[in-house]
Design a protein around this ligand. Structure first.
Ligand code: CP3
Length: 355
């Protein structure tokens, strides 16, 4: 608001959230900023806390979840917190045999390949399966004050890719093979993943999350035609299933330059943009009815300070034409990133004159 003292921290300390305003396309007095993977290995305080605790176990310990989520909020004064969890947490919670291997990512013991694998492995998720999520979000909301918490889930295609491939994949060959070959299994699998993702989001919002982000990280591996036919309907189901909760819905993927219009059309209020497409091109594709989030290349944090500032300013300048702009990186913070560089970036974004 305009009577906020000039030296007041910009983060989330205002009474109405700048982040939520930008998501809704309302007027803001500064450009809000947060970072995907702002919590995690780039922070020494995170590495210390996580010592000896496996990733997925850490997600079930509310005290740890609250502390890890808060770490970047305290350090950087970002305008939003992102819930510390993982896209595979709801799958683990319904009993899928999987683990997160450091340096690799999610690894699934018995990959899903036929329709007979779907039902026994993937039952519906209920809120009672993830009591630690509800407890963690409640704890966070009271700790965060007016800084909004973003809840999230993995989108059906990205979750399916891990379940079918058994782990990370470069070409998603097995996933697409099943998609083309076996429409009934595909529908059973993505339909079930859509309801799981929707429940996971609803649990977080009911516990106090103020926005949600649907991560379809690997959707960029698809042509637009295939995205529309095989993937968009299931992402839409997830986004539609939380529409009544009245929180902004962010929809993000990597390498999705050609899909941005469709990803917005799936039911997003905000479309996340990676760095491979310029924000001005992204605006043209997303249209004027939605806000955008992004899109500085995460490796720019390793550039000299003046280069970083110039590139961030270019993103901010392009964002002026958006209905609303949430500053972010084009994908997650790289583990080797210097936290001081991220702090300088937050200060630079907050100092940018919006009027
Ligand atoms: O600040 C945050 O963003 C924290 C919450 C968060 C994590 N994972 C924590 C995490 C979020 C939003 C995710 C989502 C996620 N997980 C996605 C979608 C986002 C994206 O990156 O596109 C995906 C694809 C995953 C699957 C996954 N989990 C990967 C690829 C990895 C990295 C593996 C590695 O070691 O490089 C994980 C593990 C993971 N999830 C870590 C964190 C902080 C690292 C775990 C560690 O500390 O060892």
């Amino acid at each position: 608001s305009k009577d906020r003292p000039k030296d007041a921290p910009k983060g989330g300390s205002t009474t109405t959230s700048t982040f939520l305003a930008a998501c809704r396309g309302e007027k803001v007095d500064h450009v809000p900023v947060w970072f995907m993977r702002q919590a995690g290995r780039s922070l020494p305080e995170y590495r210390k806390l996580r010592e000896g605790v496996p990733m997925l176990e850490s997600c079930t310990r509310p005290e740890m979840v609250v502390e890890i989520t808060m770490q970047p909020v305290r350090r950087y004064g970002v305008d939003a917190a992102i819930f510390y969890s993982d896209i595979v947490v709801p799958l683990k919670a319904i009993g899928v045999d999987l683990d997160i291997v450091p340096g690799t990512g999610p690894v699934v013991a018995k990959p899903i390949r036929t329709v007979k694998d779907v039902e026994p492995q993937l039952r519906e998720l209920t809120p009672a399966d993830v009591p630690y999520v509800t407890e963690s979000v409640r704890g966070l909301v009271s700790e965060l004050g007016t800084t909004p918490l973003i809840g999230f889930a993995g989108a059906p295609f990205t979750l399916a890719s891990y379940l079918i491939e058994g782990g990370p994949s470069r070409d998603h060959r097995l996933t697409k093979e099943l998609m083309y070959r076996d429409p009934a299994t595909w529908d059973a699998l993505l339909g079930r993943l859509a309801t799981i993702a929707a429940t996971f989001l609803r649990v977080q919002v009911k516990a106090g999350a103020k926005a949600v982000q649907l991560f379809d990280s690997w959707a960029g591996s698809l042509s637009r035609e295939d995205y529309v036919k095989y993937v968009k309907p299931y992402a839409k189901r997830v986004l539609d299933a939380v529409a009544d909760l009245d929180v902004p819905r962010i929809h993000f993927g990597v390498g999705t330059g050609e899909l941005l219009g469709e990803m917005g059309d799936a039911g997003a209020d905000v479309v996340g943009v990676d760095w491979r497409v310029s924000l001005s091109d992204a605006l043209a594709r997303v249209g004027s009815g939605r806000s955008v989030q992004g899109n500085l290349d995460p490796t720019v944090l390793f550039a000299p300070d003046e280069v970083m500032r110039a590139k961030a300013t270019a993103v901010l300048d392009a964002g002026r034409k958006a209905r609303g702009h949430v500053f972010n990186l084009g994908h997650g913070v790289l583990p080797a990133t210097d936290p001081d560089a991220l702090k300088r970036l937050v200060d630079h974004v907050h100092a940018y004159e919006v009027r």
